[in-house]
Design a protein around this ligand. Structure first.
Ligand code: AMP
Length: 250
């Protein structure tokens, strides 16, 4: 830890506090994530360390680089590439007025990062705007990759807004898209822990939810939101969707 000079706290994440810091030798600015474990007395589980070390090999321009893993005194600090801000803060600063070309560029980069990880059998499992980091030059990078698998998916409900628990998220999706029926998803009722669920009809069309998105964009979104994984479009397939036919990656 002496290698880094802590500069300021930049966020409070699912797994711990994030600080901006400077490498004293190279002067490189990094983000330090001090992982909070439920039971610090037990130290860092070896399974978590194994997962984290695998993440160090996930090198892609749309994934926040994990430079280092510092493990001492039963504590774990992850050293990440530093990014300017997260997508949630960017959305808030735009007051919902997003340029459709920027939306397309961000979605393209999100799918590139996801596709790369899926090709290496790594799942994110906690995708949300706070975990998508962006830079001044328009680059988007996925953060917190694989941590859900290393440390477990957070199940605590802080508030519906700040930390949606699975139930809140499911209710929101179901009231928007309609609860999937057995016809749409035959294997649903055979899933482990399946419980009969209130059947909501779809209340609205995506046109009302994303009025500025064109018809091809809505078609892609509809395919990304399919509950039945067999019907859902993969990241790789999504990159070939006509929505991106006029997009030139930088
Ligand atoms: P997280 O634990 O990744 O959800 O981090 C909480 C917050 O810290 C994020 O929403 C970001 O605002 C900030 N943050 C996390 N990682 C970085 C990073 N690599 N560079 C800059 N800010 C970060």
């Amino acid at each position: 830890m002496q290698k880094y000079e802590k500069l300021e706290k930049i966020g409070e994440g699912t797994y711990g506090t994030v600080f901006k810091a400077k490498n004293r030798e190279t002067h490189e600015i990094v983000a330090l994530k001090r992982v909070r474990l439920d039971d610090d007395d037990e130290g860092v589980p070896s399974s978590a360390l194994r997962e984290i070390c695998l993440l160090k090999e996930l090198k892609h321009k749309n994934i926040v680089r994990l430079h280092d893993v510092l493990h001492s005194d039963k504590k774990l600090t992850l050293v990440f590439e530093f990014c300017d801000q997260d997508l949630k803060k960017y959305f808030d600063s735009c007051n919902g007025d997003l340029d459709p070309e920027i939306v397309k560029s961000f979605l393209f980069q999100l799918l590139k990062g996801l596709g790369f990880c899926h090709s290496r059998n790594v799942l994110h499992r906690d995708l949300k705007p706070q975990n998508l980091l962006i830079n001044r030059n328009g680059e988007l990078k996925l953060a917190d990759f694989g941590l859900a698998r290393a440390f477990g998916i957070p199940v605590r409900c802080y508030s519906a807004e700040a930390q949606p628990c699975p139930q809140v998220t499911l209710d929101h999706m179901d009231t928007l898209l309609g609860t999937p029926t057995e016809e749409q998803w035959p294997a649903m009722t055979k899933l482990p822990d399946y419980k009969p669920y209130p059947m909501y009809p779809a209340t609205t069309s995506l046109v009302n939810v994303v009025p500025k998105l064109n018809a091809t964009g809505r078609d892609l979104l509809q395919n990304l939101l399919k509950c039945n994984p067999v019907q859902r479009i993969s990241a790789e397939e999504a990159l070939q969707h006509p929505y991106f036919s006029d997009f030139c990656p930088p």
